[in-house]
Design a protein around this ligand. Sequence first.
Ligand code: NCD
Ligand code: ZN
Ligand code: ZN
Length: 343
Amino acid sequence: MTGQITLTRPDDWHLHVRDGQALHTVVPHTAAQFARAIIMPNLRPPVTTTAHALAYKQRILAAVPEGLDFQPLMTLYLTDNLPADEIARARDAGVVALKFYPAGATTNSDAGVTELRKTYATLEAMQRAGMPLLVHGEVTSPEVDLFDREAVFIEKQLIPLRRDFPELKIVFEHITTKEAAQYVAHADRFTAATVTAHHLLFNRNALFSGGIRPHYYCLPVLKREIHRQALVQAVSSGSAKFFLGTDSAPHPAHLKEHASGCAGCYTAHAALEMYAEAFDAAGVLNRLEAFASFNGPAFYGLSRNTGSVTLKRETWTAPESFAFGEAQLKPLRGGESLPWRMV
Ligand code: NCD
Ligand code: ZN
Ligand code: ZN
């Protein structure tokens, strides 16, 4: 049994850090584990211009603790009317990608895209610039069962999008189903996916075990066990198309423990530990380094990090909560013991 594993310093390719006081709680957690992270733009108002992204980046950097070296990779929020000429400006300023939220699909997505056709001039510019499109892949039609929204998205939106933009780099974010895992595994080199630790560790029973558990609620929602197994199989296969994206998504505890609790699981405090647990349970700890540290930079055309992190098989108990501005933040599995610990 492996007792310890050392990895090249990894990156988080899908992260929410919010803004203001919240940054001072969550940015240190991520910076302690990852060299870089792709910062999601779903603030209120959303990050829709290069200028806004650069100002946000400075606020994030101001929350990085002294002595830690951490680089936020910024994104813009695609809307129906984000102008095509913003793409060259964004690329020249170091913005790494655009995020596509179908309007109404998830937290702070009301300004998202109502119809993909409306964004075609901008997508054209992105394809030309080699700028990736990061996709929250769920349809929003109320008549589609919540648990089917990702699979339906592939047929209704992703396949047509891929046909219309054959060389647009697309990251199917936080995939949760066997349909998504299979789609990506068989896709060409312009398509990749991120996988969260919680979707590798849990199925939808976690939402209801012993009572309703709001801290396990995120979008896309946890699925059946066969889907969890398909995700584990995808990351175990060694395919370079799958890489680490925590989708750590902090919300004030009182808004999650609420009659209409918001979607998002906070995992940044123990992200690598949870991935190690999932890979270990599948017997593929040897696949963790490529997933966490190599496949992402290869897809984005960035260099690998230098330095390393070490995880040890050692039980510890994660804190039950953190201060979060005026509120509290309850991390996923807070107060529970975890089998892996970062050294
Ligand atoms: C995310 C958030 O809270 O911003 N929530 C979530 O459930 N994943 C949004 C998202 O990534 O869809
Ligand atoms: Zn999302
Ligand atoms: Zn997210």
